[in-house]
Design a protein around this ligand. Sequence first.
Ligand SMILES: O=P(O)(O)OC[C@H]1O[C@](O)(COP(=O)(O)O)[C@@H](O)[C@@H]1O
Ligand SMILES: [Mg+2]
Ligand SMILES: [Mg+2]
Length: 333
Amino acid sequence: MLLLSQFLKQQETEDKLVDLIGTLMLACKEVAIQLREGELAGVLGSTDNTNVQGETQKKMDVIANDLLKKFLLDNALVAGIASEEEDHPVGGNPNGKYLVIFDPLDGSSNIDINVSVGTIFSVLEIEEGMDPTKDEAYLQCGRKQVAAGYVLYGQSSILSLSTGHGVNFFTLAHTGDFILTRQQVTIPKETNEFAINMSNHRFWEDEMRNYIGDLLQGEEGARGKNFNMRWIASMVAEVHRVLTRGGIFAYPWDSRDSSKPGKLRLMYEGNPMSMLIEQAGGVSSTCYKNILDLEPKHIHQRCSVALGSSKEVETLLTYHSESSDGRAAKLNT
Ligand SMILES: O=P(O)(O)OC[C@H]1O[C@](O)(COP(=O)(O)O)[C@@H](O)[C@@H]1O
Ligand SMILES: [Mg+2]
Ligand SMILES: [Mg+2]
């Protein structure tokens, strides 16, 4: 039985990063406790507030955000934080080493129906001379992440973590420890399972419609095999399924709001999930460009996402390679 901290030390992770990940997990354990109590703790339902994205905040969005913020800002290693639920970054210790960007509760439309949600986090090192209270400090390309992960609050609470040396899963035990339960996760290259919100079909680009159309044709179509579909409406749960048994997950560009290159957010959804997917041997792309190579322009920037089993994502990309003038391509560069 290997505890998270013991495993990280075995991997020769820098002590400061072990400390930071420990702090993140203290906060996530508190989130898990609140979620487990649910209605009994009065944490279900919505607030009267909207966040910077214009979305109504669930009570748990706010509770999870406050917990992560409090625990992280109490750690002297943290120079600053940025969150889906904060309009602007919040500065921590001016001499801190790390910037932590997070989606405190992902899939929050699932909270009130007792379906899986999660916390997603991305860790960067602050660059020389940067002000951690300003967006610019955080606008580093995804390749610069020193750690990324999520905690899935499902039947059990599972941490999926990468510090750049593969992906490992840790399960939260009743003792309060995260224990290594799956080492060096590898995504199968091929799959017959896809996840996409089909209700947006009419808003997609032709390329995406053509690809999904071929999947739906099954063994009678160009792909010559049947596909199965899943949609949990919680990116953490979808990515966990992809890491566990393969698959392709996509939230592509759509024309509902032409100023936005997708629904998901680059800095606290696209980037950390892409690091996990690549570290597990999968591929993650906007359909035009590798997500980890995007140069971020805003903290709350959106991006189109297609990730998962390498051969399947590469097949999807072939549907897009001919298109050089799509609006999605322009918005995602
Ligand atoms: O409502 P839809 O279109 O099914 O979108 C679901 C997607 O939105 C998200 O819930 C967005 O995350 P938040 O809950 O953090 O806003 C993703 O987790 C999920 O993949
Ligand atoms: Mg989210
Ligand atoms: Mg969220």
